[in-house]
Design a binder for this molecule. Structure first.
Ligand code: ZN
Length: 414
């Protein structure tokens, strides 16, 4: 039994050499909130890899987070082009946040405010495949729009006969067949390169009494203990309550209600058409909030680094988790640098990842770890929310407790 794990394709970090970048992936832009051209750099990753290795497709790019010197909004610059988005996020699963938040809570919230009363025209901007719309009452007219063509096609097949109307189009130019009474954008705005154009377009297709619901994560609640922090590589704008308010004022939306969701980072606002104003000033206290955010994030990195240093050295490591968390593990912790001769495999239960590799490490079905000889080998769980579920799955695959290595002392599960 001793040498069984010799048969697994152990590999050293960065042993795949074909990964590369392309200038077509990103483009510079003015501040997405105020249009300002001056910013300060907050954070740079020079060589960030998006998911699996590829010699054919550009999968690496620089990630640079900046803060506007005029309005203090925090944003990604350069941001992804449409081409870049297609290459970098092809393996990310759902392009927008349709898994974020809580659909039933969102529906109850809208019912309480009369937003789902009979015969209302409801538009979901960023509808993905229409699954959220499919859960709304049939007594309203349900329309969705998204730029993700395959998702729209799938949704039309799945929900079309049920009366859900799905439109494929860009959020800043699509044609809506009728002025909507209610528009929802749950966890969409932070993914868009040009939120001003999108909100102006939504205002132009609305009537005087249209209500728009926007929910985004905000900087004020961005502190947690996950190394893949609030400044997510998937988000093009990192809103604060203030920068969201300024964006709304600039695009002609008047805020009626603001609400912080208690159990996950979601800041929800209900707005209606109003006067547009460039007069709303940026909030300089967003500078302090950014410092407080980084203070917390770097402390988390130090805690994780101390934990890694405290583990027994092993000549082999199994990484469980082939997603973006592992790229953060590579970028912000010493795990892969402390012994360049160390050999790894990655396991992940997502069949779309299996058979590929990440930074040269083969991604395999977790079942293979039943064959691993755990003498001189660790299992590192590379997931925040999934840490305990993975630990249980590892025990079920006969991994000894003593080699299961957790990065986090506690996990806040949403
Ligand atoms: Zn700005």
């Amino acid at each position: 039994m001793k040498n069984k794990s010799l048969n697994l394709p152990w590999a050293k970090i960065n042993s795949f050499t074909g990964n590369h970048t392309s200038p077509a992936l990103t483009t510079y832009r003015p501040c997405p909130i105020c249009g300002g051209l001056h910013s300060r750099t907050l954070l740079v990753f020079d060589d960030f890899q998006f998911y699996s290795d590829s010699a054919e497709q550009p999968k690496r790019t620089q990630i640079r987070e900046v803060q506007c010197q005029s309005c203090h909004a925090v944003y990604l610059n350069p941001c992804y082009t449409n081409t870049g988005f297609d290459y970098l996020f092809a393996e990310a699963g759902q392009s927008y946040g349709s898994t974020d938040g809580r659909p039933q809570e969102q529906i109850d919230w809208m019912v309480t405010r009369g937003l789902l009363d009979d015969d209302k025209v409801f538009l979901d901007a960023g509808c993905y495949d229409g699954r959220f719309l499919s859960g709304l009452p049939k007594s309203i007219r349900r329309i969705g729009v998204d730029i993700d063509a395959p998702a729209i096609t799938r949704g039309q097949e799945r929900y079309g006969s049920d009366g859900v109307e799905l439109i494929h189009g860009a959020f800043e130019t699509f044609q809506c067949p009728v002025a909507p009474d209610v528009i929802s954008m749950f966890h969409v705005l932070e993914h868009l390169a040009n939120p001003v154009e999108v909100l102006c377009h939504l205002r132009s297709i609305s009537h005087d009494e249209t209500r728009l619901i926007v929910e985004v994560p905000i900087l004020e609640y961005g502190k947690n203990n996950d190394i893949n922090g609030f400044l997510s590589a998937q988000h093009m704008t990192h809103f604060s309550a203030h920068s969201l308010g300024k964006l709304m004022a600039r695009t002609g939306w008047e805020i009626l209600e603001r609400q912080q969701m208690p159990d996950y980072n979601g800041h929800r606002i209900l707005v209606k058409p109003g006067e547009s104003s460039d007069k709303v000033m940026g909030d300089v206290s967003d500078r302090t909030r950014v410092s407080e955010y980084f203070e917390n994030w770097y402390r988390n990195q130090a805690e994780v680094a101390r934990k890694i240093e405290s583990w027994p050295r092993a000549s082999r490591i199994v990484i469980w988790g082939g997603g973006m968390h592992s790229e953060f593990l590579y970028q912000v912790t010493p795990l892969f640098q402390q012994d360049l001769q160390c050999e790894y495999i990655v396991v992940d239960s997502d069949p779309l990842k299996q058979g590929k590799s990440w930074r040269g490490l083969p991604i395999l079905n977790p079942d293979v770890i039943q064959d691993v000889d755990w003498d001189d080998c660790l299992l590192v769980i590379s997931s925040y929310g999934g840490q305990e579920a993975i630990a249980r799955a590892a025990v079920n695959l006969n991994v000894p407790d003593s080699v299961i290595s957790r990065l986090y002392d506690f996990v806040k599960v949403y």
